[in-house]
Design a protein around this ligand. Structure first.
Ligand code: MG
Length: 301
């Protein structure tokens, strides 16, 4: 059997068994992204981002279509009430599925101008939504409906859906994409995937200190991801960072040391923790959804 785990540092042995196997749960998507786990029924919802659909995997019913078209939904997450919140690259908005099943636009503007095309989001423990706003839904034909960029840059925003307050917390990245908080939410990791279509551009994860739950400071590069892009990533309870790359999910210790990688036969895009104990890593990659059991669990799902 082909090797799945590559180990660079012995600390990886406590995180994943070296004979752990990667399981392919589903395929058939044009381009899989943005998995989010539902513990109530052990299901995963994810975006067929280029296929303009929202899909759901269930161990009982296999794969079903939740939304078609999905307005190029990208990153997905759950809020404090368990509602699905998502980035709509097509609507250039943050959207939410209400308890009655209807989808609602929460925010689509900053200072009166349309957002670019929100790509990925996380919900902080205080309920605020932090999201990235690169221009991919405008510039890439298969990721949105096109249009003009109205914002002066590609920012990371903090949005309060209760008060409607929205403001940028990062303004100096080229193509902010994935993001995740450290276990105690004192740090925010944000990836820059500019190298995807800008020669010489960044392909790294930066880390910022969170100040007063509202602002970020002292940004620095946490890890340069090679080969490929850190499109999406998650943090486990020990603060280890699990990120997508060209050929694998790469795992980094909190100090930035690469511990190893989980090889995936298609290029990973995003990932999330799930499973009954939170110990399962679900990975969207290429046309498919994969899973692998770990000896750790996520702080965010
Ligand atoms: Mg992304």
């Amino acid at each position: 059997m082909a090797k799945t785990i590559e180990i660079y540092d012995d600390r990886l042995r406590a995180i994943v068994s070296l004979d752990a196997s990667l399981q392919k749960l589903a395929n058939g998507a044009v381009h899989s992204e943005g998995p989010v786990y539902f513990h109530e029924d052990n299901t995963v919802v994810w975006s067929d981002a280029h296929g303009n659909r929202l899909l759901r995997w269930s161990p009982i019913n296999d794969v079903s279509v939740l939304r078609d078209p999905s307005d190029y939904q990208s990153g997905n997450y759950r809020d404090l009430e368990g509602r699905l919140v998502a980035c709509s690259s097509g609507l250039r908005a943050i959207i939410r599925r209400e308890h009655n099943g209807e989808w609602k636009v929460l925010v689509d503007r900053y200072q009166g101008k349309r957002l670019n095309s929100p790509n990925d989001l996380v919900v902080k423990s205080d309920g605020t939504i932090w999201f990235t706003d690169p221009p991919y839904g405008i510039t890439e034909q298969n990721q949105g409906y096109g249009g003009e960029q109205e914002q002066t840059g590609n920012f990371v925003y903090r949005f309060d859906s209760v008060t409607g307050e929205i403001y940028p917390v990062v303004t100096d990245m080229m193509r902010p994409n994935g993001l995740a908080f450290s276990p105690d939410e004192s740090l925010l990791y944000v990836s820059d995937t500019a190298a995807f279509n800008i020669p010489g551009g960044p392909h790294d994860i930066c880390v910022y200190e969170v100040v007063g739950d509202r602002h970020l400071q002292n940004g620095r590069v946490f890890a340069v991801i090679d080969p490929g892009q850190p499109d999406g990533f998650r943090v486990d309870k020990y603060g280890n960072v699990f990120t997508s790359s060209e050929d694998s999910v790469q795992i980094y210790a909190p100090n930035g040391t690469q511990l190893g990688k989980i090889l995936v036969p298609e290029t990973p895009t995003n990932l999330t923790f799930g499973g009954t104990e939170g110990e399962r890593l679900f990975i969207t990659a290429g046309h498919s959804l994969y899973a692998i059991d770990l000896n750790t669990r996520g702080v965010q799902q």
